[in-house]
Design a protein around this ligand. Sequence first.
Ligand code: DGL
Length: 297
Amino acid sequence: MMACVASNSHHDPRARPIGVFDSGVGGLTVLHELLVALPREDFLYLGDTARFPYGERSPAELARFSAEIAEELLRRRVKLLVVACNSATAAALPALQRRMMETTLGVEVLGVVRPEALRAVATTRSGRIGLLATPTTVASGAYEQAVHAVDPHVTLHAVPCPTLAPLIQAGEQFDEHTVGAVRAVCAPLRRAEVDTVILGCTHYPLISPLLQRLLGPGVTLVSSGAALARQVEHALSTRGLAAHESGADRDGEWGEGEYRFLCTGDVEAFRELGTRFLQMPLGEIEQIQLAPVEALA
Ligand code: DGL
């Protein structure tokens, strides 16, 4: 009887975990929102910590890394793939989506750029939106495209921030150097008089109080986690993939899902940094080696 239940749940796509990946621990700010919004789902998070940072890598390199990670998560039978990394989404999402739909599992891929762009356009009153992101993300033009697809009359002021993510990752406490770096990236956005700023990198929610202070209280910050969580919820419901529809809940009783971690670098470093980014206890972390794949078309 037990074996029968186990094998049914193994074959039921609704019982499979959602795969989430990032260049390292930064995507845990996105996972945090997913865990809050979708408490019954299981998650499998992969942080490519051995190759962090992604923010100044070429689109071709990020397309290859994303494909390697996606293959690993598919082998582990995820039902949906979430690219929590802004740089990887901006540089490689369409190619990755094509590749994944061609696999026998036909897994869908969602990224962080579009939900944030939609939310920013819905938020702005002046039509002037700021973007803080890595150089790779800014150079891709992905946010411009996503924003202009919704409203071509909105202006996007993009500021590439090459040092910000590594600075945030390194700093337990923010010193004057960090404050100076944040002040410098906010200056052009203040001059442009934007009323909405997209936090286009997984690390920036950790400094949102500092950003809000330096940009002023009239500016609305838009981060990817909450906007993406809504899209994931929508995708699961409309495709009949939500865990709570699998019949596991009885009489209104339900338990929380599980979450696990894979990383390509040092496990202890992941645990130490990860707790700060996830703001929840970290459980099992496994170090893995990714198999190389041929380049994406
Ligand atoms: N996850 C990356 C991003 O959102 C963090 C920065 C990096 O890896 O350079 O772009």
